[in-house]
Write a protein that binds this ligand. Structure first.
Ligand SMILES: Nc1ncnc2c1ncn2[C@@H]1O[C@H](COP(=O)(O)OP(=O)(O)OP(=O)(O)O)[C@@H](O)[C@H]1O
Ligand SMILES: Nc1ccn([C@@H]2O[C@H](COP(=O)(O)O)[C@@H](O)[C@H]2O)c(=O)n1
Length: 708
């Protein structure tokens, strides 16, 4: 997950390959609650690991439910069988509506029936999300429910510690036009108390988001409760209902999450060598309502085919076709249509989406404000949004790999591109769907990058969304930004590069490590690395072959040579000296070029070395030549070694460092020198943070994303 203030997506041109999606949020949280309420243990597999499911798991544990992690995406829930071992608790539910609504209903009924008391609260936005209709329904049943701040909104107090008789003799009346989660909550809770008589729910207004109710009914069935449904107005939970664990249940991949990859396949030309985007874990017979997003995507031109557990999407009509659609049946996935509309041949209208206004944020407003930043013309109403793409003859990314005519250079300053698209920094309102939707704007035909603010908000349902997206998207290497940090030894390149990479969410290339690896591998093979031997052409060839065949692997914080962890050995001073000698051999340098170029992955790279800016990435948009006085550098290295418990003599270090500088600067091939367009940074008088800020300011200054 990108836990950084903002993530810059380079402009993208094609997509293809397989994606495996995380489990459905709606199914995960329903299943967890049902498993906790059931008799007996339930093994839940393919569970979504996200903010909302973590909230539900924490709440259930707090209520005394034993939950054991049995694998990376599976838990065993020891059902409580409707009994409450904990009778008083304060539960914090973040911004998870799929936890707040069903827990409110279940705990209200159990608290009234068993004499317990609970407080449920969340983040400020959760306290603005209405729950009054559910509270009214629970009060009709005889449950004491208090709204602790504003009537009709969380935080709530459920129960008062005493037993209250429940009134099941009359139908429970609930509205269906604000959120279908109120009905879901009652359906999940009432089997706990429908022992002596049927429990009947009457929906008093038009029910929205019916597919979510279908998920609820199907899952109730899996847990042994058959609800009788008369139209969408009357639901009867039969007398004697009792939750029984199915033993094992697997969660389908999230159909709403699939919408981004369906849209991706529809917008992006297939990367050569692929046959479009293949989505695994969810298929055409999914029980999730958002699977019907496929129909809408097809209307816009997507070619989608699938089976029980898989979908394949290819671009069909292009530009996409504008549509006018009632989206009540796909409230969450419909947001993705709003971004597809940016690539359409006319104006798209999405109707009957009033529920967007009471989600994680006011989604109609959010999509309108952010879409306009990109250059679209957007009209919004109480329950609709109308989107006209950024002006231009044909909306959409280029076919093939060439930059579109009139496109901005990948890193050029300037905020308006071809076809009226604008360079935008997308505010995400702590709403995962806003972030995921607007990532697709990176396919804009103007070749402009897109900034996504607070990218970690995707953690609500899809923590690895951006990693998954980058895994199937392609763009020419020259569009992937590289920041080069070159300079002499111990100037702080590695430290600075690592900090920058972590703050920008970029990959890191420590090119010195490659030369150190060659030195180490040579030593292990018994190959000499003295300067005299390295001048022998046959010996240099051997070393070149050794470098070309290095069996090396990088894992976070570790480097492996032929399966052995060599992280410590590589950083030792002799390895640095050997690296400095072997790096002067042209055959060695040539052998390592491709390996370095291949590190240029989305969303960007910070490369540290001696020739990053001059030889390996000469077109990089930012090159820093980092230096400090030899004395300062020797002191830093001395301090570094001593702090690791490695004995070192300052004068020896200074002499070695000067020898390395001289060799690196005077060798014939790729000598250490600043690139012509490098920014010189002498950090003798700067601390690490000041150096980092210097480079970040430079970098952000170059990106020219308009400030909100
Ligand atoms: N601006 C700075 N001020 C003070 N100390 C620094 C600064 N930058 C880095 N250091 C410290 O200097 C030491 C050497 O830094 P680092 O290993 O990053 O250098 P390097 O240039 O990558 O060296 P090499 O080329 O040998 O790998 C580290 O202990 C680091 O914490
Ligand atoms: N791009 C590079 C990087 C490093 N070298 C040589 O390797 C030695 C070790 O590098 P460190 O950054 O890990 O200290 C260094 O002294 C250089 O001789 C290089 O040539 N090109």
């Amino acid at each position: 997950m990108f836990d950084i203030p903002s993530l810059d997506l380079p402009s993208l041109i094609s997509a293809g390959g397989r994606v495996r999606l995380p489990g459905s949020k709606s199914i995960s949280n329903r299943v967890l609650l049902l498993a906790a309420l059931s008799e007996g243990p339930t093994l839940v597999e393919d569970l979504l690991d996200s903010d909302d499911t973590r909230v539900m798991l924490a709440a259930l544990r707090q209520l005394g439910c034993a939950i054991e992690e049995t694998g990376p995406a599976s838990v065993r829930v020891q059902g409580l069988g409707g009994r409450l071992p904990v009778r008083e608790a304060a539960l914090f539910l973040g911004n998870a509506g799929t936890a707040m609504r069903p827990l409110t209903a279940a705990l209200s009924l159990l608290a009234a029936a068993q004499g317990a008391r609970f407080e449920l609260s969340g983040v400020p936005r959760m306290h603005e999300r209405p729950i009054g209709d559910l509270v009214d329904a629970l009060r009709q049943l005889g449950c004491p429910v208090a709204c602790l701040q504003n009537e009709g909104y969380p935080p709530l107090r459920l129960g008062d510690g005493t037993v209250h008789p429940l009134r099941l003799d009359e139908p429970i009346r609930v509205r269906g036009d604000v959120s279908s989660q109120f009905l879901t909550a009652l359906l999940l809770a009432l089997p706990l108390v429908a022992q002596e008589r049927d429990a009947v729910i009457e929906v008093t207004t038009e029910l929205i988001s019916k597919p979510y109710i279908e998920i609820t009914l199907k899952l109730l069935q899996r847990f042994g409760v058959d609800v009788r449904r008369e139209g969408w107005q009357r639901f009867t939970i039969p007398r004697g209902s009792r939750y029984a664990s199915p033993g094992r249940i697997a969660v389908e991949a999230d159909a709403s999450s699939a919408s981004y990859f369906i849209a991706l396949g529809a917008i992006a030309p297939a990367t050569p060598g692929t046959d479009g985007v293949v989505i695994e874990g969810v298929g055409t017979d999914s029980i999730q309502g958002d699977i019907r997003f496929i129909e809408a995507a097809r209307l816009m031109g997507a070619e989608v085919e699938g089976d029980g557990n898989r979908l394949r999407v290819r671009r069909g009509a292009w530009p996409l076709k504008a549509i006018d659609l009632d989206c009540n049946h796909i409230p969450d996935a419909a947001m993705t249509l709003a971004v597809m509309a940016l690539y359409a041949d006319g104006t798209t209208t999405l109707r009957n989406i009033a529920s967007w206004r009471v989600k994680e944020t006011d989604r109609i407003a959010a999509m309108a404000i952010e879409g306009r930043k990109l250059g679209a013309t957007i009209e919004e109403g109480a329950d609709f949004i109308r989107i006209t793409p950024p002006a231009g003859p044909a909306a959409g990314p280029p076919q093939g790999g060439a930059a579109p005519s009139g496109s901005s250079e990948p890193h050029a300053v300037g905020s308006v591109g071809a076809h009226g698209w604008r360079r935008a920094s997308i505010h995400t309102y702590d709403d995962h769907r806003v972030a995921m939707c607007f990532s697709l704007a990176a396919f804009n035909p103007a070749g402009l990058p897109v900034r996504i603010e607070d990218p970690k908000c995707v953690g609500k349902t899809f923590p690895d969304y951006f990693e998954t997206l980058f895994g199937v998207c392609h763009t020419p290497a020259e569009r992937i930004p590289v920041i080069c940090i070159d300079g002499p030894t111990a100037s702080g390149k590695g430290t600075l590069a690592a900090e920058l990479a972590s703050r920008l969410g970029y990959h890191l290339l420590d090119s010195g490590a490659l030369y150190r690896l060659v030195g180490l591998a040579a030593e292990r093979e018994g190959l000499s690395t003295t300067e005299a031997d390295l001048r022998e052409p046959a010996h240099a060839e051997r070393l070149g072959r050794l470098a070309a065949g290095l069996d090396v692997r990088f894992t976070p914080g570790k480097t492996w040579l032929e399966g052995e962890d060599v992280t410590e050995a590589l950083r030792a001073e002799p390895a640095g000296m050997a690296a400095s000698r072997v790096s002067a051999v042209p055959q060695v340098r040539a052998a390592l070029v491709d390996l370095q170029l291949q590190m240029r992955h989305l969303p960007g790279l910070v490369a540290d070395g001696r020739d990053m800016g001059t030889v390996i990435f000469p077109g990089a948009p930012l090159k820093i030549y980092l230096t400090a006085s030899a004395e300062q550098r020797a002191q830093r290295r001395h301090k570094q070694l001593i702090s690791k418990g490695i004995p070192a003599i300052l004068d020896d270090l200074l002499a070695d460092l000067k020898a390395r500088d001289a060799r690196d600067m005077n060798r014939a091939h790729a000598p250490l020198k600043p690139a012509e367009d490098a920014v010189l940074l002498d950090n003798s008088e700067l601390d690490i943070e000041q150096s980092v800020q210097f480079v970040l300011n430079r970098w952000h200054g170059q990106q020219a994303f308009p400030v909100r």
